[in-house]
Design a protein around this ligand. Structure first.
Ligand SMILES: C[S@@+](CC[C@H](N)C(=O)[O-])C[C@H]1O[C@@H](n2cnc3c(N)ncnc32)[C@H](O)[C@@H]1O
Ligand code: SF4
Length: 373
C-alpha cells in the first residue's frame, strides 16, 4: 500500500485571532529559541521520527502548519530527501508547501522548487483589509498577487489559495470581491472554509464580549452558493464540500485522507493512520523533541478503529466528495431516509451513488446526522 506523509511545522510569527492550530510563536516557545535556531534542531527530530514509519512508496507529501514557509528550503528539503531515500516517491508525487504570502520571496520560492516542492497553498483568507483586520492577519492583501506570480515563475505547477468566509462584518459583496480577486489570479485550486469560532481564541473572547457578531446562517449559505457559482464559472469545479479545482489539480493528499488511505503525520500533535490504527504525537514541540532525542517514541495515544467506526467514516467522508456516496455502504433504512432528501432536491442518485446538490451541500452535516443515528 502507498503511504502519504504529513509534516507539521508548528511555528508562526504571530498567532491569528481565530486560529487554534497546534502552532507556537517564538515568544510562546518555552525554550525561548528563535526560529533560526529552532529550525534545524526541529528537522533533526522529524528525521528521527521518520525511522519508525513503514517504508511503502509515497504518492503525496504535505508540509502544513503553522507556517512551513517560515523555514528555509534546505531544512524542509532534508525531509524530502530522507523520504525519497528511505521510501521512494512515485514519479508524479505531489509535494505541497503551505505558505503565508508575506513570508516568501522569488529566491525562496525557487529554492523550494529546487528541493522538490511542486504545489503551494497560500493562506489568502480575504482580499478586504477590514476582514483581514478582524481575522487579525498580518499580511497585506496586495502581497497575495505578487506571491502567486512569483510562485508560478519559480516553477510551481499547482497553486492554491485558502479563503475564509463568514467573518464578522463581512458582507456578501465583500465576499464576492474576495473570491473574484482570487479567481483573477493564476490559481488552479481554491479552499473556502466557513469561519469556525474555536474555544479559547481571541475571536471567541471578542464574540463573547459582544464586540463582534457572527453572521446569520442565511448569509453563510449565500456565501457558500456564491463561491460555488463563481468557481464553476471560472473553470474550477467542486470536488469536496470546501474545495474547488481545475481538472487534474485536486489535492491528492487531502483525497488520501478522505478515502481513509494510509498516512503518517510527522511532528508534534500530528496524527497518523496505518491499516485501521490511528495514533497521534505529543502536542508541544519541546516535549516532542525531548522524546525523540532521548530515543523514545513521540506517540501520545492510539486507537484501533472498529468496523462500525470505519463504516461511519466512509459515509461521513464519502458524501462530502463530488463522486458521492456508494449506496452499497448503506442499510435499507438509511437508503429510505436518503430518499426523503432526494424528494426535497438535496440529493441526486446516479449509478448507485448518492450525490449532493449545491443546496444539499449546505446541509451535508444534517444529512449525515439523520442517516447515521
Ligand atoms: C495552517 S493554515 C495555512 C497556512 C498558514 N498558516 C496561513 O494561515 O496562511 C490552514 C488554513 O486553515 C484555515 N483555518 C484555520 N483556522 C480556522 C478557523 N477557525 N476557521 C476556518 N478556517 C480556519 C485557514 O484558512 C488557513 O489558511
Ligand atoms: S491561521 Fe495560519 S498563520 Fe495564522 S496562526 Fe493559524 S497557522 Fe499560524
Amino acid at each position: 500500500m502507498a503511504l502519504s506523509f504529513y509534516v507539521h511545522i508548528p511555528y508562526c510569527i504571530k498567532r491569528c485571532g481565530y486560529c487554534d492550530f497546534n502552532t507556537y510563536t517564538p515568544n510562546e516557545l518555552q525554550d525561548g529559541a528563535t526560529l533560526e535556531i529552532v529550525s534545524s534542531d526541529y528537522i533533526d527530530a522529524v528525521l528521527s521520527e521518520l525511522e519508525a514509519a513503514p517504508t511503502d512508496q509515497v504518492p503525496t507529501i504535505f508540509f502544513g502548519g503553522g507556517t512551513p514557509s517560515l523555514l528555509p528550503a534546505d531544512d524542509l528539503g532534508r525531509v524530502i530527501v530522507a523520504i525519497k531515500l528511505r521510501n521512494g516517491i512515485s514519479p508524479d508525487c505531489e509535494i505541497t508547501l503551505e505558505a503565508n504570502p508575506d513570508s516568501v520571496t522569488a529566491q525562496k520560492l525557487a529554492q523550494y522548487v529546487e528541493v522538490g516542492f511542486n504545489r503551494i497553498s497560500f493562506g489568502m483568507q480575504s482580499a478586504k483589509p477590514h476582514v483581514l483586520a478582524v481575522l487579525d492577519r498580518t499580511h497585506n492583501p496586495e502581497n497575495v498577487e505578487k506571491a502567486v506570480t512569483m510562485a508560478r515563475a519559480a516553477g510551481f505547477t499547482s497553486i492554491s489559495v485558502d479563503l475564509i468566509y463568514g467573518t464578522p462584518g463581512e458582507s456578501l459583496d465583500d465576499w464576492r470581491e474576495t473570491v473574484s480577486t482570487a479567481l483573477a489570479l493564476d490559481i488552479d485550486h481554491m479552499s473556502a472554509y466557513a469561519l469556525i469560532v474555536e474555544t479559547g481564541t481571541k475571536l471567541a473572547a471578542q464574540i463573547k464580549r459582544g464586540d463582534l457578531v457572527m453572521p446569520d446562517d442565511d448569509l453563510m449559505a449565500d456565501m457558500y452558493l456564491l463561491v460555488d457559482q463563481l468557481c464553476m464559472r471560472a473553470g474550477l469545479d467542486w470536488y469536496e464540500l470546501s474545495n474547488w479545482s481545475k481538472l487534474g489539480h485536486e489535492c491528492r493528499h487531502n483525497i488520501a485522507y478522505w478515502e481513509n488511505k494510509n498516512w503518517w503525520g510527522l511532528g508534534p500533535g500530528a496524527h497518523s493512520h496505518v491499516d485501521g490504527k490511528r495514533f497521534w504525537n505529543v502536542k508541544h514541540p519541546t516535549a516532542y523533541k525531548q522524546k525523540l532525542f532521548a530515543g523514545q517514541s513521540p506517540v501520545a495515544d492510539s486507537e484501533v478503529l472498529t468496523a462500525g467506526q470505519i463504516g461511519l467514516e466512509a459515509i461521513l467522508l464519502g458524501i462530502r466528495m463530488r463522486g458521492g456516496l456508494d449506496i452499497e455502504l448503506l442499510e435499507p433504512y438509511q437508503i429510505e431516509l436518503l430518499a426523503t432528501f432526494r424528494g426535497d432536491g438535496f440529493v441526486e442518485l446516479s449509478d448507485n451513488r448518492a450525490l449532493l446538490t449545491p443546496t444539499g451541500r449546505l446541509i451535508a452535516d444534517r444529512i449525515v446526522r439523520e442517516i447515521t443515528i
